[in-house]
Write a protein that binds this ligand. Structure first.
Ligand SMILES: Cc1cc2nc3c(=O)[nH]c(=O)nc-3n(C[C@H](O)[C@H](O)[C@H](O)COP(=O)(O)OP(=O)(O)OC[C@H]3O[C@@H](n4cnc5c(N)ncnc54)[C@H](O)[C@@H]3O)c2cc1C
Length: 476
């Protein structure tokens, strides 16, 4: 069948833009279709605006927390309108870099419209049929409104809506203690709102390292955030200018009043628009099913980004966009290595991590794993900066190769790359110990445990032990 395009990419978010740009190097005729704003939600809705708010909240909190150093910050006021204007200016600049004109200049056709499958090779784009040989789906996810009696879209805000607040709410109830629930709770509490965080599971961030999660939870509680775990919200009602939240916690039915409700209960794809069934694409409620090469159940159709349900981060969308387009074009395909994708939760400190948690590593490698920890309270830099409760935790196999790293500290989103580089270059954790580090610096929280790793290696080295034995010296 002769098609209109060699490659059609549906959705011009992070994954779609990367796939289109690289796709143009591999295919003659490439089309990018986007129903909203080119560039997707990462810049314009999620990451940029939310992180701008978190960054200011963190600075305010830093000043407030310096009372123990003799600083009296007085009242700090926040005008969200000024922040919103500044954010909009920045987003205008970003938009110039991902406009339809730029794509056209690169030789990529761009259609603004909503795409829906009619058949394996045919799309309907706002009433017009367009055919393609290969496709990449990168249509992202939509926020979920949890199924709670009385809760509807007029009553709930999502994390990214924080930038649209006209004033700081006196109180806010957050539903869901996943990453965005934690981030928005910290941000609002930093500004001075009374925050109540509800989680239906028995733990916040259930997939994260339990030791660091406990420190993070303690820090949040000390900041004044109330956390209800294993809690079920039964009903939400309007009450004055706010809401009454009825809930069951520790077997007791009770209620509280709040000004705002933020839903951070997850996101899922909108298959109603895309109609993947018409192309024979297998899916479940929250993702398109792909193999390790990001190919869907339809041979000519690949998927990338949040819609694959693997890891919902901007960096993952980028690498999946690139991998999907390469795999769609080449016979020899390669999978994405999710073990080396770093991710970060932003709050008063950052919680950055990659790879396995301690319990996952134990399950995979048995008790031979080695865990190196360095509590932030022993870091000179952290104590100068008035930061105390945090930790670096590095999980290695017995050969000192890192299989997971979890850093909860100021600057963790930068520090994590020092460890990632070691993994990428197939080097041992102990090698950091030989690199002089600037002093004082946060990097030292990685160098100090690495020294222990080096010493253990020396003690365990059979060859060294024989040589030392010959010369009458013993390491242990
Ligand atoms: C509150 C929040 C904060 C976040 N913060 C971070 C962060 O700090 N760091 C980080 O790495 N990640 C963060 N993320 C995740 C990150 O934003 C996503 O992983 C990333 O945007 C995924 O990119 P994508 O290309 O898969 O989807 P998207 O960016 O969502 O793009 C999908 C695009 O497809 C379009 N589309 C949908 N259906 C159709 C259709 N039928 N036809 C045509 N077009 C269609 C949409 O309009 C959209 O533009 C955050 C997410 C949220 C919700």
């Amino acid at each position: 069948m002769k098609c209109d395009y060699d490659l059609i990419i549906i959705g011009a978010g992070t994954a779609g833009v990367v796939a289109a740009v690289y796709g143009k190097a591999m295919y003659r005729k490439v089309l990018l279709v986007e129903s909203g704003r080119p560039g997707g939600k990462n810049f314009f809705s999620y990451t940029y605006p939310l992180n701008a708010v978190i960054s200011i909240s963190r600075k305010i909190n830093t000043v407030r927390s310096m009372e123990n150093l003799g600083v009296n910050p007085g009242a700090i006021n926040m005008d969200f309108n000024i922040l919103k204007r500044k954010t909009e200016d920045t987003m205008k600049l970003i938009a110039e870099g991902v406009s339809s004109e730029i794509f056209r200049k690169m030789g990529i056709d761009f259609i603004s419209g909503s795409a829906s499958f009619k058949a394996r090779n045919v799309l309907d784009i706002d009433g017009k049929s367009i055919s393609g040989s290969k496709f990449i789906l990168s249509t992202g996810l939509e926020n979920i409104i949890p199924d709670i009696q009385g809760l509807d879209k007029d009553k709930c805000l999502f994390a990214e809506d924080v930038i649209n607040l006209s004033e700081l709410p006196e109180s806010a109830c957050i539903i869901g203690a996943g990453e965005s629930g934690i981030e928005i709770s910290n941000a609002l509490a930093g500004f001075g709102s009374r925050v109540i965080l509800f989680e239906r599971n028995s733990e916040i961030l259930p997939d994260e390292d339990s030791e660091i999660r406990d420190i993070l939870e303690k820090n949040m509680t000390e900041k004044g955030i109330t956390i209800y775990k294993s809690a079920v919200i039964t009903k939400i009602e309007s009450s004055g200018n706010g809401y009454k939240v009825n809930y069951v916690s520790e077997g007791k039915e009770t209620s509280l009043e709040t000004d705002k409700i933020f839903c951070c209960a997850g996101r899922r794809p909108d298959f109603g628009k895309l109609n993947p069934d018409a192309a024979g694409i297998r899916h479940v409620s929250d993702k398109i099913i792909t193999d390790r090469y990001l190919r869907t159940s339809s041979e000519n159709i690949f998927a990338a980004g949040d819609i694959t349900g693997k890891m919902n981060y901007n960096n993952t969308a980028e690498i999946e966009g690139l991998t999907a387009v390469i795999n769609s074009a080449h016979y020899f395909k390669k999978p994405v290595n999710y073990d080396i994708i770093p991710r970060c939760i932003n709050g008063d400190m950052e919680f950055a991590r990659f790879g396995l948690t301690e319990s996952e590593a134990e399950k995979k490698y048995g008790h031979g794993i080695r865990v190196y920890k360095f509590p932030l309270k022993y870091s000179i830099k952290a104590s100068i900066e008035n930061m105390s409760e945090g930790m670096a935790k590095i999980i290695c196999r017995s050969n000192s190769r890192i299989v997971g790293a979890h850093i909860y500290s100021d600057g963790a989103s930068e520090l994590i790359h020092q460890l990632l580089l070691l993994v990428r270059l197939k080097r041992k954790f102990s090698e950091i110990s030989h690199i002089p580090h600037a002093f004082p610096s946060y990097s030292d929280i990685l160098r100090q445990p690495s020294k222990r790793c080096y010493m253990e290696q020396q003690i365990d080295n059979p060859l060294l032990n024989i040589i030392n034995g010959l010369f009458g010296r013993k390491l242990r």
